[in-house]
Design a protein around this ligand. Structure first.
Ligand SMILES: Cc1ncc(COP(=O)(O)O)c(C=O)c1O
Length: 400
């Protein structure tokens, strides 16, 4: 019998981290690799946020805090949710965790029993199904369609709900597609959810501020206040504030659920890093001017990548509303063969051949539950993007 737990056999390591690692290894070995696989902004954390962390260290704010966060940060989260989302919460309804990831994981651990289903639209962020499996639940995948710009339609949501559905995970703008739901599109989904009072909503708003061309972000509890009592609104500072390494995420929801999440956190990791909490406080309360500047850069890069990919024969790339990803379909390339003889029969074969034959690292669509496609993260320099897309164009043109 294996020494390792049976739970572990249910999950796989994150494919996005695996590909970034592989690209890093090839680079370290001297190969000319451009990695478009990492899910983090290439900008530095803004100076005023770093200064708040340094001040926290100097002020000795380096001790244990309350297990699910300092009161000041919980209050700042309440203020943020009121200011940006029109949502009213008290600090007792807020949990601070070690990244958005821990927040989602705690919520699933706190609520799932064997047999409970969690409805996840595909393409999905790679960690959702595995976190559900780790927590003992059953992921149920509801595929969205490329022709609907990868947004789930209300009838598709309705058809996927069963009496066992406990949570519906909603993520807009999305990782991996960048697709953002408009108010009306989201309202169509919340209308369905209203008819199923046993289903709770986990809204992952991690890319809220990464929205382009005037796209207006909205979140389920805001669009349908009648869902407030069964919605967990999750967010964090990782993406918008270029703070991926600081590891601060947060959620707001019903007091009982927040208390259950606190119990799990207090018996596992305890408080998120005290210094990072003070930095996150500054992120939420301080100047947000840099977000518009960063978004102007992201918009330019998105347009560049979408145009260059759509110029490739066999690739169709929708222009998404937000995040820093695009999710081109390669339906037109399946069945072709690469110059070095690889049959492109899956998107994984495409990504593998692309990396070995051109040095461009992307993540294949199967990792996100919807094929044949791949994800590009355009959070890198314009030069690298032009170079990578030129190589992808040449690769596609060379397929026979
Ligand atoms: C959709 C989505 N949710 C949550 C997270 C987790 O963010 P964090 O780094 O704060 O744990 C990520 C990170 O890639 C993400 O893409």
């Amino acid at each position: 019998m294996s020494f390792l737990s049976k739970t572990l056999s249910r999950v796989k390591p994150s494919p996005t981290i695996a590909i970034s690692t592989k690209a890093g290894e090839l680079k370290a070995a001297g190969q000319d690799v451009i990695s478009l696989s990492a899910g983090e902004p290439d900008f530095d954390t803004p100076d005023h946020i770093k200064a708040a962390a340094i001040a926290a260290i100097n002020a000795g704010k380096t001790k244990y805090t309350a297990p699910d966060g300092i009161p000041e940060l919980k209050q700042a989260v309440c203020d943020k949710l009121a200011r940006d989302n029109g949502l009213s919460y008290t600090p007792a309804q807020v949990s601070i965790g070690t990244g958005g990831k821990q927040i989602l994981y705690n919520a699933l651990m706190a609520t799932l029993n064997e047999g409970d289903e969690v409805l996840i639209p595909a393409p999905y962020w790679v960690s959702y199904p595995d976190m559900v499996l780790l927590a003992g639940g059953t992921p149920v995948i509801a595929p969205a369609k490329a022709e609907n710009a990868y947004k789930l339609m209300p009838e598709e949501l309705e058809a996927a709900i069963t009496p066992k559905t406990k949570w519906f995970i909603f993520n807009s703008p999305s990782n991996p597609t960048g697709a953002g739901y408009t108010w009306d599109e989201l309202k169509a989904l919340t209308d369905v959810l209203l008819r199923h009072p046993h289903v709770w909503i986990m809204s992952d708003d991690m890319y809220e501020f990464l929205a382009f061309d005037g796209f207006k972000f909205c979140t389920p509890a805001q669009v349908e206040p009648k869902l407030y009592d069964r919605t967990l609104t999750c967010n964090g500072v990782s993406k918008a504030y270029a703070m991926t390494g600081w590891r601060i995420g947060y959620a707001a929801g019903p007091v009982e659920l927040i208390g259950a999440m606190r119990k799990i956190q207090s018996q596992s990791t305890s408080n998120p890093n005290s210094i990072a909490q003070w930095a996150a406080l500054e992120a939420l309360n301080g100047s947000h001017d840099f977000i518009a500047e960063n978004n102007a850069v992201f918009t330019r890069r998105r347009n560049l990548v979408v145009d260059m990919l759509n110029a490739c024969e066999g690739i169709t790339c929708p222009k998404p509303e937000g995040a820093f990803y695009v999710y081109p379909s390669i339906a037109g390339l399946i069945g072709k063969t690469s110059a070095q003889g690889t049959l492109i029969d899956t998107d994984e074969a495409f990504a593998t051949a692309l990396l070995s034959e051109t040095g461009v690292a992307v993540v294949f669509g199967a990792a996100f539950g919807l094929s044949p496609a791949f994800r590009i993260s355009y959070a890198t320099s314009d030069e690298a993007l032009v170079d990578a897309c030129t190589r992808i164009q040449a690769f596609c043109a060379s397929l026979t």
